[in-house]
Design a protein. Structure first.
Length: 197
């Protein structure tokens, strides 16, 4: 049954939902797909996307290029903007790689082989990755792995239980292997740390 009362101007039809949109022109958020329109300046759009990405975290050129293409920026405009930001050193893959190595080694205790794979995924050239990874020596890597194992060792209920010992060794070696350490190095480190205990 319909109501006999007239509806106020702008009132909803019964059974309809509010759209949540306000009347009047909406200001697009810079760097959103709404900016990539035929009327938009592609260079201005690219600039806003790059600056927003860099304000959140350091990025490699490859990561930024990928993001620009995802947001509908042409390859030509993307390359020009990225070249310009490289000139003023807002994009610096060598510095990005050095920072990434320090961060991943300190926070995740990753081996250089694992960090190298991450850098490759981010589009860092092999020579830049090698230079950044030279910050880490074999001794640094071994010390970080040993400290990680010390934090993860659990006291055994029965220290003489050979099966429990073997299980703990496998668990710790597996953990180091997932962080990029070779099985032989991982086993050597775990054996040394357990001997300290």
């Amino acid at each position: 049954m319909t109501s006999e009362f007239p509806r106020a101007p702008g009132a909803r039809q019964p059974g309809t939902r509010r759209s949540g949109k306000r009347n009047g022109p909406q200001t697009p958020v810079p760097g959103t797909p709404a900016d990539v329109t035929p009327e938009a300046d592609p260079y201005e759009v690219a600039r806003s996307i790059v600056l927003r990405q860099l304000s959140m975290a350091p990025r490699s050129r490859h990561q930024l290029h990928t993001k620009l293409l995802e947001r509908g920026v042409s390859d030509g405009a993307a390359q020009e903007i990225l070249d310009r930001y490289e000139e003023v050193q807002l994009i610096d893959d060598a510095e990005f790689a050095r920072m990434w190595v320090r961060s991943r080694a300190q926070t995740r205790s990753l081996a250089r082989s694992a960090i190298r794979r991450e850098l490759a995924d981010k589009g860092i050239a092999a020579e830049l990755a090698d230079e950044a990874l030279s910050q880490r020596t074999d001794e640094d890597e071994r010390a970080a792995a040993a400290e990680l194992v010390r934090r993860k060792v659990r006291p055994l209920a029965d220290p003489g239980d050979r099966g429990a010992q073997d299980k703990q060794v496998r668990r710790l070696v597996g953990m180091l292997s997932r962080k990029g350490y070779s099985p032989s190095i991982a086993f050597s480190i775990v054996k040394d740390v357990l001997a300290e205990q």
